[in-house]
Design a protein around this ligand. Structure first.
Ligand code: 4NP
Length: 161
């Protein structure tokens, strides 16, 4: 079993979309029992909220099911997940600072761009203050990178038997 946690700032735009995309791909490949997916935010801005309306519209356009309520990263997530994947370097820093506070030396922190696959980027851009086209750009970046991530996860599943 591999557990993946996507991390952004608010947990209402990028990371819930990433969660929905990976969940769908995992389902299509019949891997739902082997790969568990969740998302969270580094901030407490939107705890308990549904994803942003523009995230929901983008998901619906791409026939993705989103069932998520905003939550903030927890201390237990550092142990509970094998991959903590931050959407951008600012949120990776937030997660690293939190680990420092808890005196944890995590080896499972990644950037989404570590798995990039066909589309060049460093940070998944924060679409919150922009228009709908920003959400479509985020979708394209995530969809390509999550194919890259899945290649890594599938190799790991084969290696682990
Ligand atoms: P996310 O986008 O981190 O991709 O969920 C944001 C959502 C909310 C805010 C910023 C970014 N905010 O400032 O409330």
């Amino acid at each position: 079993m591999i557990k993946v946690l996507f991390v952004c700032l608010g947990n209402i735009c990028r990371s819930p979309l990433a969660e929905a995309i990976l969940t769908q791909k995992v389902k299509e490949r019949g891997l739902s029992k082997s790969i568990v997916v969740d998302s969270c935010g580094t901030s407490d801005f939107h705890i308990g909220e549904l994803p942003d309306d523009r995230t929901l519209a983008c998901a619906a356009k791409h026939q993705l099911n989103i069932q998520h309520r905003g939550r903030q990263i927890l201390r237990s997530d550092f142990k509970g997940f094998d991959y903590l994947i931050a959407m951008d370097s600012s949120n990776l820093e937030n997660v690293q600072k939190l680990a420092g506070k808890y005196k944890i030396m995590p080896k499972n922190l990644f950037l989404m761009s570590n798995f990039k696959n066909g589309i060049e980027f460093n940070d998944v851009p924060d679409p919150y203050y922009g228009g709908e086209e920003g959400f479509e750009e985020v979708y394209e970046i995530l969809n390509a990178s999550i194919d890259g991530l899945l290649q890594t996860l599938e190799k790991e599943l084969v290696k682990n038997g």
